[in-house]
Design a protein around this ligand. Structure first.
Ligand code: ZN
Length: 309
């Protein structure tokens, strides 16, 4: 049996565990509620037990590494989770706050363990799935409930001094005064996010199902304005990075009838002229539940290769 990497996508709501082969095929994943881990007395031990259970029931092959994606920034050691605002226990407390998540799992399984931001992993998946490994700069912006972003330069994910880079949901929109969940005002997430789309639905289209918002209302002012707000985020990043490829993903652009043409026109119009003299490709991330798990494995592969050098 071929060696595998155990990829884990520890999301705000769901936890997915899957064995991934070296050619990025995922065995049947185990899926459960994140709350099972969040509310456990010893959260990391609970996670170890679930991994063990998955191995026992599903995949018996040799494990090269375990790799976990989390909805948080991760320190440059790729072990320490900075703050999982979206994963809280029953008492409402943040579950991982400057927590070394890798150490205990490594000691338990005696294999290398890596932790990475989930959006970063999803970008690595999109790059692998679309064969963009040779590109100089790929920018991924994922608009879901919030806004996530990652950038890969010459094959390497961009990393700040502490690992807290690209907190794109909280870049300020000039003049914006809507209160953000982070405590600031006028963050882009207040204007360009699934959260905002829900608000628009409640205010203007209470009879429309969220999934039909673009199908039914894409030609109307509130949605046009929303698309412009989303385009603005992409234009800022395109202007900064002069990318080969701009990956557009997340729950919002993956919805039915997302107006791609109007969106791209708005991005192109707002992007700096020097960048637009060269242009860039748009690539739409496809909805697929295995992205986070396989992306985590791709990340581990990269790290294992660097360790071997
Ligand atoms: Zn904010």
């Amino acid at each position: 049996m071929e060696n595998v990497i155990i990829g884990i996508d520890l999301g705000g709501t769901r936890l997915r565990i899957g064995a991934v082969s070296s050619d990025h095929q995922m065995a049947d994943p185990f899926v459960t509620e994140t709350a099972i881990v969040a509310n456990a007395e010893d959260t990391v031990r609970k996670l170890c037990e679930l991994i063990e259970e998955y191995q026992a029931n599903g995949y018996a092959g040799r494990v090269d590494a375990i790799s976990i994606g989390v909805p948080s920034s991760v320190e440059c050691d790729k072990e320490t989770v900075i703050c999982t605002t979206n994963i809280r226990n029953q008492a409402g407390e943040v579950v991982f706050l400057h927590t070394n998540l890798a150490r205990q799992i490594r000691e338990y399984f005696q294999v290398p363990v890596f932790v990475n931001n989930d959006v970063n992993n999803i970008l690595l998946y999109d790059i692998a799935a679309n064969h963009l490994e040779e590109k100089k700069i790929v920018v991924g912006i994922y608009i879901g409930t919030g806004v996530g972003s990652a950038v890969v330069i010459d094959g390497k994910p961009l990393e700040g001094r502490n690992g807290a880079q690209l907190d794109l949901g909280h870049i300020p929109y000039f003049g914006g005064d809507v209160s953000c969940s982070c405590g600031k005002r006028g963050c882009c997430e207040c204007y360009a996010s699934g959260w905002r789309l829900q608000q628009i639905r409640e205010e203007f289209y209470p009879d429309t199902d969220i999934k039909d918002m673009f199908t039914r209302h894409r030609e109307e002012a509130p949605i046009k304005e929303f698309i412009h707000a989303c385009a603005h985020v992409y234009a800022v990043m395109a202007t900064i990075f002069n990318p080969d490829t701009m990956i557009v993903g997340g729950g919002v652009p993956e919805m039915a009838d997302f107006p791609r043409e109007a969106f791209e026109r708005a991005v192109n119009e707002s992007t700096g002229r020097d960048v637009m003299a060269y242009g860039f490709d748009y690539l739409y991330s496809k909805e697929y539940v295995g992205k986070g798990v396989i992306g985590a494995a791709v990340f581990a592969q990269m790290r294992l290769e660097t360790m071997r050098k």
